[in-house]
Every structure is written in C-alpha cells, then in structure tokens.
Design a protein around this ligand. Structure first.
Ligand code: ZN
Length: 99
C-alpha cells in the first residue's frame, strides 16, 4: 500500500510539471501585447522614409509586413521589428495581404 501512495505522488509531480511547461509559452504573447503601443507611433510616421520605415516579420516567415496586425501574423508568437532595408537584406518579400 505504501508503494501505491508513492506512485500517486510521482504522478502528481509529473502532472504539475506538464502543466507548468504547457502554460509557459502562453505567457509570451501576453508580454508581446504589452509592447503594442509603440507600433501605433510608427504607423503614423512610416511614410516619412521608405528605407528607414519599420516592418515586421515572424521567425519562419519569408515575408515582411507593413503592420504587426496583419492577419497572416496572427498565429506567430514572436514578431520582429526591423527597417525595411534590413528585411530586404534578409531576402524577405513584401506581404501581399497588408501592403
Ligand atoms: Zn502582412
């Protein structure tokens, strides 16, 4: 009977670890949203200089975007902000959805 209690204890610990790990990636997009107001400032000024304007791209994306709110970026957890020049250097192409 002592063994059974021990097994239950181990199962509980394993479950707790699984829960912790599965909740961790969910915290990332929340942090990302907190930084959102900075983009609005850019959306006002991005027409000033084509080469220096900021664009957005996701980790495995082959396209860069005019706005972080582009619907093709919705599923991306991590979005990077770079100048359009830097995006072109990375051989990224303009997203047809948001340009
Ligand atoms: Zn786009």
């Amino acid at each position: 009977m002592k063994e059974k209690k021990l097994i239950i204890k181990i199962v509980m610990i394993v479950l707790a670890v699984i829960l912790m790990v599965s909740f961790m990636p969910a915290a990332v997009p929340v942090m990302h949203q907190a930084a959102a107001p900075a983009t609005q400032k850019y959306s006002v000024t991005y027409t000033v200089h084509a080469a220096a304007r900021k664009v957005f791209y996701a980790t495995y994306s082959k396209k860069y975007h005019r706005t972080k709110k582009c619907r093709t970026l919705k599923r991306s957890k991590k979005i990077y902000k770079v100048t359009e020049k830097a995006a072109k250097k990375k051989h990224l192409k303009k997203c047809k959805v948001c340009w």
